[in-house]
Design a binder for this molecule. Structure first.
Ligand code: MG
Length: 123
């Protein structure tokens, strides 16, 4: 069982992801509504094993969140998965150019894509 943070502004998407993550491995899921909220939760829970992060969010978007966390020694090695709807190649390029290592899944997030990602991260 892993401790997983979901950073996503849609209540419905967060609830769906929590359900899938709990159903597939009984993972412990923490939820953040935007990047700033995500950073606060990360500071309180530096033992988080994996982060799923939306790109477009109010207050602080996913890219700003990733930039900040990747500059923190304590958080920079936590696996990060972006959930993206837009043309993945442009977003991936922007993120790569910032020196951020990440995995990607396409929205709408499916149970299968989460299971595949969990296998890829945790083996
Ligand atoms: Mg969003």
């Amino acid at each position: 069982m892993a401790k997983i943070l979901v950073v996503e502004d849609s209540d419905a998407v967060r609830a769906k992801m929590r359900h899938y993550l709990e159903e597939n491995g009984g993972h412990s899921v923490l939820e953040a509504t935007d990047g700033a909220n995500g950073l606060d939760i990360l500071k309180e829970n530096p033992d988080i094993d994996l982060i799923f992060c939306d790109v477009n969010m109010p207050v602080m978007d996913g890219i700003a969140f990733a930039q900040t966390m990747c500059n923190e020694e304590l958080f920079k090695d936590i696996p990060l998965v972006f959930c993206t709807t837009e043309s993945a190649s442009a977003v991936k390029k922007e993120i790569r150019n910032l020196g951020i290592k990440a995995r990607y899944i396409m929205k709408p997030v499916t149970e299968n894509s989460l299971v595949v990602t969990l296998k890829s991260v945790f083996g």
